[in-house]
Write a protein that binds this ligand. Structure first.
Ligand code: SAJ
Length: 409
Protein backbone atom coordinates (compact mmCIF):
# COMPACT_ATOMS: atom_id res chain seq x y z
CA UNK A 1 0.00 0.00 0.00
CA UNK A 2 1.28 3.43 -0.85
CA UNK A 3 1.87 5.65 2.13
CA UNK A 4 0.48 9.05 2.78
CA UNK A 5 2.49 12.11 1.73
CA UNK A 6 2.21 15.17 3.96
CA UNK A 7 2.80 18.43 2.08
CA UNK A 8 3.92 21.15 4.49
CA UNK A 9 3.21 24.73 3.45
CA UNK A 10 0.34 25.37 1.04
CA UNK A 11 1.47 28.52 -0.71
CA UNK A 12 2.30 29.21 -4.34
CA UNK A 13 4.32 25.98 -4.67
CA UNK A 14 3.02 23.62 -2.00
CA UNK A 15 -0.64 23.93 -2.94
CA UNK A 16 -0.38 23.20 -6.68
CA UNK A 17 2.09 20.39 -5.96
CA UNK A 18 -0.22 18.82 -3.37
CA UNK A 19 -3.22 19.11 -5.69
CA UNK A 20 -1.37 17.70 -8.67
CA UNK A 21 -0.13 14.69 -6.71
CA UNK A 22 -3.58 14.07 -5.25
CA UNK A 23 -5.17 14.28 -8.69
CA UNK A 24 -2.73 11.62 -9.85
CA UNK A 25 -3.55 9.14 -7.12
CA UNK A 26 -1.06 9.96 -4.36
CA UNK A 27 -2.61 9.96 -0.88
CA UNK A 28 -2.06 13.58 0.18
CA UNK A 29 -2.69 15.60 3.30
CA UNK A 30 -1.85 19.29 2.94
CA UNK A 31 -0.71 21.00 6.11
CA UNK A 32 -0.28 24.68 6.86
CA UNK A 33 0.02 26.49 10.18
CA UNK A 34 -2.27 29.25 8.89
CA UNK A 35 -5.71 28.30 10.21
CA UNK A 36 -7.57 30.79 8.01
CA UNK A 37 -5.91 29.33 4.93
CA UNK A 38 -6.76 25.75 5.93
CA UNK A 39 -10.38 26.61 6.64
CA UNK A 40 -10.66 28.29 3.24
CA UNK A 41 -9.21 25.24 1.48
CA UNK A 42 -11.39 22.91 3.52
CA UNK A 43 -14.35 25.00 2.31
CA UNK A 44 -13.26 24.44 -1.29
CA UNK A 45 -12.11 28.05 -1.66
CA UNK A 46 -8.92 28.88 -3.51
CA UNK A 47 -6.28 31.01 -1.80
CA UNK A 48 -4.72 32.59 -4.89
CA UNK A 49 -5.48 32.97 -8.56
CA UNK A 50 -3.70 30.87 -11.15
CA UNK A 51 -4.69 29.57 -14.56
CA UNK A 52 -6.18 26.06 -14.23
CA UNK A 53 -5.92 25.96 -10.44
CA UNK A 54 -9.66 25.85 -9.89
CA UNK A 55 -10.12 22.77 -12.06
CA UNK A 56 -7.10 21.07 -10.51
CA UNK A 57 -8.45 21.80 -7.06
CA UNK A 58 -11.75 20.16 -7.88
CA UNK A 59 -10.04 17.07 -9.27
CA UNK A 60 -7.83 16.79 -6.18
CA UNK A 61 -10.80 17.09 -3.84
CA UNK A 62 -12.61 14.39 -5.82
CA UNK A 63 -9.54 12.19 -5.34
CA UNK A 64 -9.69 12.71 -1.58
CA UNK A 65 -7.06 15.33 -0.70
CA UNK A 66 -7.50 16.64 2.84
CA UNK A 67 -6.16 19.73 4.60
CA UNK A 68 -5.10 20.16 8.19
CA UNK A 69 -3.18 22.47 10.47
CA UNK A 70 -1.60 19.38 12.03
CA UNK A 71 1.49 17.57 10.84
CA UNK A 72 0.61 13.97 9.96
CA UNK A 73 2.26 10.80 11.16
CA UNK A 74 3.77 9.41 8.01
CA UNK A 75 7.08 8.57 6.37
CA UNK A 76 7.17 11.10 3.55
CA UNK A 77 6.98 14.88 3.74
CA UNK A 78 7.30 17.58 1.11
CA UNK A 79 8.29 20.98 2.47
CA UNK A 80 7.17 24.03 0.48
CA UNK A 81 7.40 26.77 3.10
CA UNK A 82 8.60 30.31 2.42
CA UNK A 83 12.32 31.04 2.39
CA UNK A 84 12.53 34.79 2.85
CA UNK A 85 15.79 36.64 2.74
CA UNK A 86 17.19 39.09 5.20
CA UNK A 87 16.94 42.46 3.47
CA UNK A 88 20.16 43.92 4.97
CA UNK A 89 22.59 41.18 4.02
CA UNK A 90 20.51 39.36 1.35
CA UNK A 91 21.14 36.03 3.04
CA UNK A 92 18.51 33.33 3.13
CA UNK A 93 16.51 33.06 6.32
CA UNK A 94 15.99 29.29 6.79
CA UNK A 95 13.76 29.64 9.85
CA UNK A 96 10.55 28.35 8.23
CA UNK A 97 12.31 25.35 6.72
CA UNK A 98 13.95 24.52 10.04
CA UNK A 99 10.71 24.92 11.97
CA UNK A 100 8.98 22.62 9.50
CA UNK A 101 11.74 20.02 9.77
CA UNK A 102 11.61 20.20 13.55
CA UNK A 103 7.86 19.65 13.54
CA UNK A 104 8.28 16.74 11.13
CA UNK A 105 10.80 15.16 13.50
CA UNK A 106 8.23 15.34 16.30
CA UNK A 107 5.60 13.54 14.22
CA UNK A 108 7.28 11.24 11.73
CA UNK A 109 7.46 7.46 11.57
CA UNK A 110 10.68 5.48 11.19
CA UNK A 111 12.68 5.71 7.99
CA UNK A 112 11.20 9.03 6.93
CA UNK A 113 11.94 10.92 3.75
CA UNK A 114 11.95 14.73 3.99
CA UNK A 115 11.80 16.39 0.59
CA UNK A 116 12.57 20.10 0.56
CA UNK A 117 11.04 21.91 -2.40
CA UNK A 118 11.46 25.46 -1.11
CA UNK A 119 14.20 27.41 -2.85
CA UNK A 120 17.25 27.47 -0.61
CA UNK A 121 20.71 28.95 -0.86
CA UNK A 122 23.35 26.46 -1.95
CA UNK A 123 24.71 24.73 1.15
CA UNK A 124 21.60 25.29 3.30
CA UNK A 125 20.97 21.59 3.86
CA UNK A 126 24.56 20.96 5.01
CA UNK A 127 24.76 24.14 7.06
CA UNK A 128 21.39 24.13 8.78
CA UNK A 129 19.18 21.11 8.13
CA UNK A 130 21.63 18.28 8.81
CA UNK A 131 22.89 19.79 12.09
CA UNK A 132 19.31 20.26 13.31
CA UNK A 133 18.39 16.66 12.58
CA UNK A 134 21.53 15.39 14.33
CA UNK A 135 20.94 17.66 17.29
CA UNK A 136 17.49 16.14 17.73
CA UNK A 137 19.06 12.69 18.00
CA UNK A 138 18.17 11.29 14.56
CA UNK A 139 20.59 9.55 12.22
CA UNK A 140 20.59 10.80 8.65
CA UNK A 141 20.57 7.93 6.19
CA UNK A 142 18.86 5.66 8.70
CA UNK A 143 16.02 7.42 10.55
CA UNK A 144 15.77 10.36 8.17
CA UNK A 145 16.53 10.61 4.45
CA UNK A 146 17.00 14.03 2.93
CA UNK A 147 16.00 15.07 -0.57
CA UNK A 148 15.99 18.43 -2.32
CA UNK A 149 13.53 18.64 -5.20
CA UNK A 150 13.55 22.34 -6.14
CA UNK A 151 10.44 23.64 -7.82
CA UNK A 152 10.64 25.15 -11.29
CA UNK A 153 7.14 26.28 -12.16
CA UNK A 154 6.47 29.77 -13.44
CA UNK A 155 3.57 31.77 -11.97
CA UNK A 156 1.02 32.28 -14.73
CA UNK A 157 1.66 28.82 -16.22
CA UNK A 158 2.20 26.77 -13.09
CA UNK A 159 -0.16 23.91 -13.71
CA UNK A 160 1.10 23.18 -17.19
CA UNK A 161 4.73 23.46 -16.10
CA UNK A 162 4.15 21.24 -13.08
CA UNK A 163 3.18 18.49 -15.46
CA UNK A 164 5.62 19.06 -18.33
CA UNK A 165 8.81 20.60 -16.92
CA UNK A 166 11.82 18.48 -16.24
CA UNK A 167 12.63 18.04 -12.51
CA UNK A 168 15.71 17.68 -10.38
CA UNK A 169 15.80 15.30 -7.44
CA UNK A 170 18.85 15.66 -5.24
CA UNK A 171 19.28 12.86 -2.71
CA UNK A 172 22.04 11.43 -0.51
CA UNK A 173 21.01 7.93 -1.40
CA UNK A 174 20.18 6.73 -4.91
CA UNK A 175 17.52 4.30 -3.73
CA UNK A 176 15.71 7.03 -1.81
CA UNK A 177 16.08 9.34 -4.82
CA UNK A 178 14.52 6.65 -6.99
CA UNK A 179 11.60 6.23 -4.58
CA UNK A 180 10.94 9.98 -4.65
CA UNK A 181 11.33 10.02 -8.42
CA UNK A 182 8.57 7.38 -8.66
CA UNK A 183 6.21 9.62 -6.67
CA UNK A 184 6.99 12.66 -8.82
CA UNK A 185 6.60 10.53 -11.94
CA UNK A 186 2.94 10.06 -10.94
CA UNK A 187 2.29 13.50 -12.44
CA UNK A 188 5.50 14.77 -14.05
CA UNK A 189 5.85 13.95 -17.72
CA UNK A 190 9.21 15.71 -18.06
CA UNK A 191 12.58 14.09 -17.48
CA UNK A 192 13.37 13.59 -13.79
CA UNK A 193 17.08 13.92 -13.17
CA UNK A 194 18.62 12.28 -10.10
CA UNK A 195 21.62 13.98 -8.52
CA UNK A 196 23.12 14.83 -5.16
CA UNK A 197 21.73 17.49 -2.82
CA UNK A 198 24.42 20.16 -3.32
CA UNK A 199 24.08 19.95 -7.11
CA UNK A 200 20.30 20.25 -6.82
CA UNK A 201 20.61 23.31 -4.59
CA UNK A 202 23.14 24.97 -6.87
CA UNK A 203 21.37 24.20 -10.15
CA UNK A 204 18.12 25.72 -8.89
CA UNK A 205 19.78 28.97 -7.89
CA UNK A 206 21.81 29.28 -11.08
CA UNK A 207 18.68 28.75 -13.23
CA UNK A 208 17.22 31.90 -11.76
CA UNK A 209 20.57 33.67 -11.88
CA UNK A 210 20.85 32.86 -15.60
CA UNK A 211 17.54 34.59 -16.19
CA UNK A 212 18.47 37.56 -14.03
CA UNK A 213 21.71 38.08 -15.95
CA UNK A 214 19.92 37.84 -19.28
CA UNK A 215 17.20 40.29 -18.26
CA UNK A 216 19.95 42.64 -17.03
CA UNK A 217 21.52 42.52 -20.47
CA UNK A 218 18.23 43.64 -22.04
CA UNK A 219 17.83 46.35 -19.41
CA UNK A 220 21.33 47.65 -20.00
CA UNK A 221 20.63 47.78 -23.73
CA UNK A 222 17.49 49.80 -22.99
CA UNK A 223 19.60 52.36 -21.12
CA UNK A 224 22.24 52.50 -23.85
CA UNK A 225 19.59 52.99 -26.52
CA UNK A 226 17.79 55.64 -24.47
CA UNK A 227 21.02 57.58 -24.03
CA UNK A 228 21.46 57.75 -27.79
CA UNK A 229 17.81 57.89 -28.86
CA UNK A 230 17.54 54.45 -30.45
CA UNK A 231 14.66 52.00 -30.38
CA UNK A 232 15.81 49.12 -28.15
CA UNK A 233 12.85 46.93 -29.06
CA UNK A 234 13.51 47.19 -32.77
CA UNK A 235 17.20 46.51 -32.20
CA UNK A 236 16.49 43.43 -30.05
CA UNK A 237 13.95 42.21 -32.60
CA UNK A 238 16.53 42.39 -35.36
CA UNK A 239 19.36 40.89 -33.29
CA UNK A 240 17.12 37.98 -32.30
CA UNK A 241 16.89 36.95 -35.96
CA UNK A 242 20.43 35.61 -35.51
CA UNK A 243 20.15 31.86 -34.90
CA UNK A 244 22.17 31.97 -31.68
CA UNK A 245 20.88 35.22 -30.19
CA UNK A 246 17.83 35.36 -27.94
CA UNK A 247 17.74 38.62 -26.00
CA UNK A 248 14.98 39.00 -23.41
CA UNK A 249 12.79 42.07 -22.96
CA UNK A 250 13.75 45.14 -20.94
CA UNK A 251 11.28 46.20 -18.28
CA UNK A 252 10.72 48.43 -15.24
CA UNK A 253 12.65 46.06 -12.98
CA UNK A 254 12.78 42.46 -11.88
CA UNK A 255 10.40 41.28 -9.22
CA UNK A 256 9.12 38.04 -7.78
CA UNK A 257 10.46 35.98 -4.97
CA UNK A 258 13.02 34.13 -7.04
CA UNK A 259 14.93 35.89 -9.76
CA UNK A 260 15.52 39.06 -7.79
CA UNK A 261 16.53 37.08 -4.70
CA UNK A 262 18.43 33.89 -5.58
CA UNK A 263 21.44 35.53 -7.27
CA UNK A 264 22.15 37.34 -3.99
CA UNK A 265 22.79 33.97 -2.34
CA UNK A 266 25.70 33.45 -4.74
CA UNK A 267 26.96 36.99 -4.25
CA UNK A 268 26.79 36.49 -0.47
CA UNK A 269 28.69 33.20 -0.54
CA UNK A 270 31.21 33.93 -3.31
CA UNK A 271 31.78 37.68 -3.10
CA UNK A 272 35.13 37.56 -4.91
CA UNK A 273 33.83 35.46 -7.78
CA UNK A 274 30.51 37.05 -8.66
CA UNK A 275 31.30 40.14 -10.72
CA UNK A 276 28.85 39.53 -13.55
CA UNK A 277 26.09 38.28 -11.26
CA UNK A 278 26.43 41.27 -8.93
CA UNK A 279 26.43 43.73 -11.85
CA UNK A 280 23.30 42.11 -13.25
CA UNK A 281 21.53 42.45 -9.91
CA UNK A 282 22.52 46.09 -9.70
CA UNK A 283 21.34 46.81 -13.24
CA UNK A 284 17.97 45.18 -12.64
CA UNK A 285 17.58 46.90 -9.28
CA UNK A 286 18.32 50.24 -10.94
CA UNK A 287 15.42 50.00 -13.38
CA UNK A 288 12.72 51.49 -11.13
CA UNK A 289 14.98 54.53 -10.75
CA UNK A 290 15.38 54.70 -14.52
CA UNK A 291 11.57 54.71 -14.83
CA UNK A 292 11.37 57.44 -12.23
CA UNK A 293 13.85 59.56 -14.15
CA UNK A 294 11.91 59.03 -17.38
CA UNK A 295 8.73 60.01 -15.57
CA UNK A 296 10.36 63.17 -14.22
CA UNK A 297 11.46 64.17 -17.74
CA UNK A 298 7.99 63.55 -19.14
CA UNK A 299 6.31 65.51 -16.35
CA UNK A 300 8.65 68.42 -17.04
CA UNK A 301 8.06 68.24 -20.76
CA UNK A 302 4.29 68.40 -20.27
CA UNK A 303 4.46 70.75 -17.33
CA UNK A 304 2.63 68.33 -15.05
CA UNK A 305 3.55 69.30 -11.50
CA UNK A 306 1.14 67.24 -9.44
CA UNK A 307 2.10 63.60 -8.81
CA UNK A 308 -1.54 63.05 -7.92
CA UNK A 309 -2.27 63.26 -11.66
CA UNK A 310 0.16 60.40 -12.36
CA UNK A 311 -0.99 56.80 -12.25
CA UNK A 312 1.01 53.58 -12.11
CA UNK A 313 -0.79 50.72 -13.82
CA UNK A 314 0.34 47.45 -12.22
CA UNK A 315 1.33 46.48 -8.71
CA UNK A 316 1.95 42.75 -9.05
CA UNK A 317 5.47 41.64 -9.92
CA UNK A 318 4.52 40.55 -13.41
CA UNK A 319 1.66 40.13 -15.85
CA UNK A 320 -1.55 38.34 -14.91
CA UNK A 321 -0.55 37.22 -11.42
CA UNK A 322 -1.67 38.53 -8.04
CA UNK A 323 1.72 38.15 -6.36
CA UNK A 324 3.36 41.45 -5.36
CA UNK A 325 6.59 40.15 -3.83
CA UNK A 326 9.54 42.38 -4.75
CA UNK A 327 7.38 44.02 -7.42
CA UNK A 328 9.03 46.75 -9.52
CA UNK A 329 6.10 49.04 -8.70
CA UNK A 330 6.73 48.62 -4.97
CA UNK A 331 10.43 49.27 -5.61
CA UNK A 332 9.49 52.40 -7.56
CA UNK A 333 7.18 53.63 -4.80
CA UNK A 334 10.01 53.13 -2.28
CA UNK A 335 12.32 55.20 -4.45
CA UNK A 336 9.66 57.92 -4.70
CA UNK A 337 9.30 57.99 -0.94
CA UNK A 338 13.07 58.29 -0.55
CA UNK A 339 12.77 61.39 -2.72
CA UNK A 340 9.81 62.64 -0.69
CA UNK A 341 7.58 62.28 -3.72
CA UNK A 342 4.09 61.26 -2.69
CA UNK A 343 0.64 61.12 -4.19
CA UNK A 344 1.02 58.94 -7.25
CA UNK A 345 -2.04 56.75 -7.90
CA UNK A 346 -1.74 53.00 -8.29
CA UNK A 347 -4.11 50.52 -9.91
CA UNK A 348 -3.91 46.78 -10.47
CA UNK A 349 -6.98 44.68 -11.26
CA UNK A 350 -5.37 41.65 -9.56
CA UNK A 351 -4.74 43.38 -6.24
CA UNK A 352 -8.06 43.72 -4.49
CA UNK A 353 -6.82 44.69 -1.05
CA UNK A 354 -5.22 47.96 -0.12
CA UNK A 355 -1.44 47.65 -0.14
CA UNK A 356 -0.19 51.15 -0.85
CA UNK A 357 -1.23 54.76 -0.45
CA UNK A 358 -3.50 56.20 -3.15
CA UNK A 359 -4.39 52.78 -4.50
CA UNK A 360 -7.46 52.98 -6.68
CA UNK A 361 -9.76 49.99 -7.07
CA UNK A 362 -11.79 51.08 -10.05
CA UNK A 363 -10.12 51.33 -13.45
CA UNK A 364 -12.39 54.08 -14.78
CA UNK A 365 -11.79 56.16 -11.67
CA UNK A 366 -8.04 55.60 -12.08
CA UNK A 367 -8.17 56.75 -15.72
CA UNK A 368 -10.44 59.71 -14.99
CA UNK A 369 -8.12 61.06 -12.31
CA UNK A 370 -4.78 60.82 -14.10
CA UNK A 371 -3.07 62.69 -16.94
CA UNK A 372 0.04 60.53 -17.14
CA UNK A 373 -0.12 56.75 -16.92
CA UNK A 374 2.98 54.62 -16.42
CA UNK A 375 2.40 51.11 -17.72
CA UNK A 376 4.36 48.97 -15.28
CA UNK A 377 2.60 45.77 -16.33
CA UNK A 378 0.85 44.69 -19.52
CA UNK A 379 -1.89 42.64 -17.85
CA UNK A 380 -4.43 41.18 -20.31
CA UNK A 381 -6.90 43.51 -18.58
CA UNK A 382 -5.02 46.53 -19.93
CA UNK A 383 -4.77 45.05 -23.42
CA UNK A 384 -8.55 44.70 -23.38
CA UNK A 385 -9.00 48.29 -22.18
CA UNK A 386 -6.42 50.16 -24.21
CA UNK A 387 -9.17 52.25 -25.84
CA UNK A 388 -9.80 53.92 -22.48
CA UNK A 389 -6.30 55.42 -22.17
CA UNK A 390 -5.65 56.67 -25.69
CA UNK A 391 -5.88 60.36 -24.73
CA UNK A 392 -3.38 60.05 -21.86
CA UNK A 393 0.33 60.76 -21.78
CA UNK A 394 1.79 57.29 -21.44
CA UNK A 395 5.14 55.96 -20.31
CA UNK A 396 5.03 52.41 -21.60
CA UNK A 397 7.72 50.32 -19.89
CA UNK A 398 6.33 47.12 -21.40
CA UNK A 399 6.34 48.02 -25.08
CA UNK A 400 2.63 47.49 -25.41
CA UNK A 401 1.82 50.57 -27.47
CA UNK A 402 2.99 52.15 -30.66
CA UNK A 403 6.19 54.22 -30.18
CA UNK A 404 4.39 57.17 -31.82
CA UNK A 405 1.72 57.28 -29.11
CA UNK A 406 3.80 56.61 -26.02
CA UNK A 407 7.11 57.18 -24.31
CA UNK A 408 9.35 54.16 -23.83
CA UNK A 409 11.92 53.10 -21.20
N1 SAJ B 1 11.16 40.02 -16.78
C1 SAJ B 1 11.70 41.03 -17.59
N2 SAJ B 1 12.03 40.74 -18.88
C2 SAJ B 1 11.85 39.49 -19.41
C3 SAJ B 1 11.31 38.47 -18.58
C4 SAJ B 1 10.98 38.76 -17.26
O1 SAJ B 1 11.87 42.16 -17.17
O2 SAJ B 1 12.14 39.31 -20.59
C5 SAJ B 1 10.79 40.32 -15.39
C6 SAJ B 1 9.31 40.07 -15.06
O3 SAJ B 1 8.52 41.15 -15.44
C7 SAJ B 1 9.36 39.84 -13.55
C8 SAJ B 1 10.69 39.15 -13.36
O4 SAJ B 1 11.46 39.42 -14.53
O5 SAJ B 1 9.39 41.06 -12.85
C9 SAJ B 1 10.61 37.66 -13.15
O6 SAJ B 1 9.63 37.08 -13.99
P1 SAJ B 1 9.80 35.71 -14.78
O7 SAJ B 1 8.54 35.47 -15.50
O8 SAJ B 1 11.04 35.71 -15.58
O9 SAJ B 1 10.07 34.61 -13.64
P2 SAJ B 1 9.35 34.26 -12.23
O10 SAJ B 1 10.09 34.98 -11.14
O11 SAJ B 1 7.89 34.41 -12.28
O12 SAJ B 1 9.69 32.69 -12.11
C10 SAJ B 1 11.03 32.27 -12.10
C11 SAJ B 1 11.20 31.16 -13.14
N3 SAJ B 1 12.62 30.86 -13.33
C12 SAJ B 1 13.19 30.88 -14.57
O13 SAJ B 1 12.58 31.14 -15.57
C13 SAJ B 1 14.63 30.52 -14.64
C14 SAJ B 1 10.43 29.92 -12.68
O14 SAJ B 1 10.65 28.84 -13.56
C15 SAJ B 1 10.88 29.51 -11.25
O15 SAJ B 1 10.13 28.40 -10.78
C16 SAJ B 1 10.62 30.69 -10.34
O16 SAJ B 1 11.38 31.81 -10.80
C17 SAJ B 1 11.03 30.28 -8.94
O17 SAJ B 1 10.14 30.10 -8.09
O18 SAJ B 1 12.23 30.04 -8.72
Amino acid sequence: MENKVNVIGLGYIGLPTALMMAKNGVDIVGTDINEALISKLANNELTFEEKGLKELFKDAVDEGITFSTEYQKTDMYIVGVPTPYVSDNKKLDPTYVLTAVESILKNCMENTVIIIESTIAPGTIDKFVRPLIKEKGFTIGKDIHLVHAPERIIPGNMIYELEYNSRTIGADDVEVGQKVKDIYASFCKGEIVLTDIRSAEMSKVIENTFRDVNIAFANELAKICRSDDMDVYEIIRIANKHPRVNILQPGPGVGGHCISVDPWFLVGDYPDLTNLILSARKINDSMPEHVLKRLGDIMNEHNVKDLGRVGLYGLAYKENVDDTRESPTLQLLDKMQDNLAFGVKVYDPFIKEKMVENQVFDFDEFVDNTDIIVIMLAHDHLKENLGKITDKIILDTKNLLDPETSYKL
